[in-house]
Design a binder for this molecule. Sequence first.
Ligand code: PEP
Ligand code: MG
Length: 577
Amino acid sequence: MKVIQGIGSSRGIACGPVFPFRRADLVIETFENRDPAAEWKRLESALAAAREQLAQIYQKALRDTDKDQAEIFQFHTMITEDADLLARVKARLDERRTNVEPVFVEMCKGYAAELAAMDNDYFAARAIDVLDVANRVTRLLLGVAESPSAGLRVPSIITADDLTPSDTILIDKNLVLGFCVAKGSVTSHAAILARGLGLPSVDGAGDAVLDITAGTMIILDGYTGTVTVDPDESLVAASRERAGRMKQMHDAAREHAFEPAITIDGKRPHILANIGDRAGAKMAVDQGAEGCGLLRTEFLYMGRSTLPTEEEQFKAYKAILQEFGDRPVVLRTLDIGGDKNLPYLSTEEEENPFLGVRGLRLSLRRTDIFKPQLRAALRAGTGHNLKIMFPMVSDIDEVRRARRVLEECKDELTREGIPFAENVDVGIMVETPAAALCADSLAREVDFFSIGTNDLSQYTMAADRGNPAVASLCDAFHPAVLRLIRDVIEASHRVGKWTGVCGELAGEPLAVPLFLGMGLDEFSMAPVLVPVVKALIRKLDTREMKGLADEALKLSTVDEVRGLVKARVPSAGVLEG
Ligand code: PEP
Ligand code: MG
C-alpha cells in the first residue's frame, strides 16, 4: 500500500481501478511504389470517417459545453474539406508514389507551419487545429483507436499527466469515478470539470501517479488530496462505506434543493453557486442555487490563443445570465496572474506572481482588455440581475479607478446608443489582508463584499495555496483568517452593505455554522454542494451559532476550531467525509 499526496481539488471519495489516459505517438512508416489513385481513395474514405466523428463530437460538445467551444470541431471539419490542402496532397502523392500517410502528415505540417508564421494571432492559433486534424485522419488510416480513452469500459479513475478541454470532452463521463492528475492545480481543466460533475479529483500529485499501472485499485480522496495505491481490503471497505454515506446525505438533501435555507430562528442567508461557464450555470440552477455568487470569467479567456472579443464575451455572458433568469449573477472581472496565466498575453516574468500584477492590477494596466469585458458585461446585463465584482483589491484607489473605467464604459455605450444595464451593483472580492483590515473605508465605496477565502488564507498565512508542502498552514480555519472574516462582515453591516463568501470555505460544512454566527449574508460554492449546505443551515439557530463563533474566534489553532465545531454541531461534522 502506497500513499501519494496531492491537492484535493474536488470533494468526494472514489475507489476503483486506474485508467491511464495517455496520448499515444503514432508510428508512420513509408512504403514505396504505391498506386496514387488507390492511396487517394484511402485518404478520401478516412476523411469521410473523420467528418462523421467530428459531427458526433460537435453534437456532444454542444450538449456538454457551449456553442463557442463546440465550434472548434466545426472548424476541424472545414480543414478536412480544405481544397488547397487536398490539392497539395494529391500533387505530392502523384510525385512520390508512396502510401498516403507520410504525405498527408507532411502537407499538414507544412500548412500548420505557414499558419503559425502568420502575423495574425487568430491564424497562428489555427495551426494546432490543423495538426489535430492530421492526427485524427492518420489514426483512421492506420486503424488506431479514436481516443486514448476509447478503451475505457468499466467505471475507473482517470490518471493523466494533464488534461486538455478536448481530451475531457471525449471521455465518457458515465465511466469516470474521479480524476487524478500529475501536474494540474485547483484551476486545471480536470479540476473544474470534476467539480462541475460532482466527481472527486486530486491534482498536483506528481509523476508517481503516472507509474500506477492500468487496473490497479486506488482510493482517491478529494477531501484530503491523498491517493492510496493498492489499498488493503479493510481500507477499501471503509472508504466505500464512507462514500456511500456521503452519497445518501447528498441524495436526501437533493429532495429539498429548491426550497430556501431558513434557519430555526427564521433567518434566510442566500445560497448561490460558483461557476465558470454556461454548463456550470445549468448545473447550478439544477442544484437549487439561488443565483451565481462568483462567475470566474477567466475561464472564457483560457484554452484559446487570442483574447475573446467584446462580442464573444457578450454572447457568453448573456447565455449564462439567461440560465439564471432574474436571479443575481455576480460577474467577477478577469483574475489573471498568480497560477492562472494566459500564454498569449505577453506579460513580464515575475518572481512572485501571486504578489504581482494579478486580477484588478492587470485590468487597470490593460484597459484594452478591461473595457471590452466591462462593456460586454454591461450589455449582457440588460433585463437581468447582474452585479460586477473586482478581484485582488488591496487599496481603495484601485477601486475608485476601476469604478471610473466602468463609468467611462457606460458613457461610451450611451454615446453609441447601445443598450446596457444602467444600475449594476458593484462589489469587490476581499482576499488580501489589506482589504480586510480596511473594510470600513472600502465598504463606503462599494455595494457589497465577497470574501475569497482561498486567497485570503494564502495571503494572511503567507503560504502558497497550490503548494502541498505548506497546505496545512494555508488553512482558512485559522483564527487569523476567521477574525478577518468576522471584521469584514461587521464592517459591511455598519454601513448597511452585505457580505458573501465565495471561497471554498463557504461550502465547508464546519465553516457554515461559524459563518452563520458571524451574520454572513451569502454563501457561494460549487453547485453540487448547494443542497447539502442548505440542508445543514435548516438545522441551525443563528443565536446559538453566534455564541459558537465568538468562542471559536478566541481559540488559537485550526484543530481547536475544527474540534469545537465538530463537538457542538455534529450534523456539520458528519458532512466532513
Ligand atoms: C478565492 O480566492 O477565494 C476565490 C474565490 O477566488 P479564486 O479561487 O478564483 O482565486
Ligand atoms: Mg481569489
